[in-house]
Ligand binder design. Structure first.
Ligand SMILES: CC(C)(COP(=O)(O)OP(=O)(O)OC[C@H]1O[C@@H](n2cnc3c(N)ncnc32)[C@H](O)[C@@H]1OP(=O)(O)O)[C@@H](O)C(=O)NCCC(=O)NCCS
Length: 71
């Protein structure tokens, strides 16, 4: 499920069935694993691997991606 105004940048992989909320930005080359939910308005940093659900309104990055701050 892909919400409105989602920005998926070059080289992103979204695996299997994921829920990408409204206004999410997924940075270049990031990978989102199967069954993951990314909450509304969150930003996933370039090159990240998202292995757990990400709440709304945060910036998360790294391998595995960790929440680092609110947006
Ligand atoms: C995550 C992002 C939004 C910025 O987050 P931020 O919290 O403002 O990060 P900062 O630039 O202040 O950097 C803070 C620290 O996080 C690190 N960092 C930033 N982005 C990172 C990422 N994607 N992965 C791993 N570490 C990252 C920085 O190296 C810095 O580390 P340091 O404290 O050891 O120096 C940005 O770096 C990013 O990845 N944006 C996606 C860009 C993109 O793909 N655009 C597409 C254009 S085609």
């Amino acid at each position: 499920m892909l919400g409105d105004y989602v920005s998926i940048n070059p080289g992103v992989t979204v695996s299997g069935v994921c829920r990408i909320g409204r206004g999410v930005t997924i940075g270049s080359g990031a990978t989102v694993l199967d069954q993951i939910t990314i909450g509304e308005g969150s930003v996933i940093g370039a090159g990240s691997v998202v292995t757990k659900d990400i709440p709304p309104g945060v910036v998360a990055y790294g391998v595995p991606a960790k929440v680092v701050r609110p947006c």
